[in-house]
Design a protein around this ligand. Sequence first.
Ligand code: SAH
Ligand code: AVI
Length: 333
Amino acid sequence: MERDIPHQIVEDLERSSSLPSPRPDLARHDFAQAVLAGFARRPRSLPCRFFYDARGSALFEEITQLEEYYPTRVETALLEAYGAEIAERLGDARVLVEFGSGSSRKTSLLLSALGRVTLYVPIDVAGESLAEAAEWLSERHHGLAIRPLIADFTKTRTLPVAARRPRKLGFFSGSTIGNLTQADARAFLANAARLLGRDAAFLVGVDLKKDVGILIPAYNDRRGVTAAFNLNLLERINRELDGDIDVAGFAHDAIYDEAQGRIEMHLVSLARQTVRVMGREFRFAKGERIHTENSHKYAIEEFQTLARSAGWTPVHAWTDPHRLFSLHLLGLA
Ligand code: SAH
Ligand code: AVI
């Protein structure tokens, strides 16, 4: 069982006006619980939000530059091409709330297109990314107030007081919604509707279903950056949880599950081995897998149906000429 996110962190942030103090004790406890529980269950699994320590966030940024990894490139192009149209459809949103904001590079495009946003609330588990992104954005968008929240976006129930104004815009880019199961994605969307409130709009980037010949290389690139990103989870366990895992004893694997419409990432044990984490022993058979990530892909209509089931009204969807990626604008009736 996973524990609730350190809500205390969010409360602490409510009180501070500058950048957050990340409460490493609570974050470590959350990580420890997830790893011990994830290694004890069969099949073994770890929640993908733990990819994003400082090293993992840097590796993700490297992934976004890879030729094989089209989502960032195509979503950026969609924001560049349709930013003005999105702004026109949105009217006068002044508060932007972003879930899983990471480096906020695409946010800058959206802020420029919208023109009138005065408050930006990025929500992310990665404190290092939030701090770097806030600095990067404030150099480019003068007068923009930034109130970061270090929090699990699936468990965020309140926004900073300054954000409690109508007509907020939510932004969930990169197809991070695909990293949730469909049930969790529906619950996330319903919670986002409550959080954003009356007259809100939500811009969600969603990766589209496509040929596996394009999908697999995007999650198993030639340079091995995605492999390093996946294996970093084991390195993080060694660094933070007193682990002794021989990282070279595991290999990265990415498969496409056609029935579920999702890429799955796994770490595969290359030999029979025993690993220790926080004084506990875990035995792995040769070939045994740790399931580390799902990345669901949605046809346009599939995502619209999901959004409707969570209380949102699809307003418009933009896609690129090769139908690789989609940007959905949702509204609340
Ligand atoms: N939106 C950015 C970053 C995507 S990477 C882009 O499109 O490039 C996914 C981001 O979501 C990371 O910064 C990660 O730290 C964050 N994240 C993943 N799971 C999360 C969770 N449960 N709660 C909050 N942030 C999460
Ligand atoms: C953040 N998320 C949407 C990425 C994805 O494509 O699922 C994470 C990632 N995993 C491997 N490469 C990128």
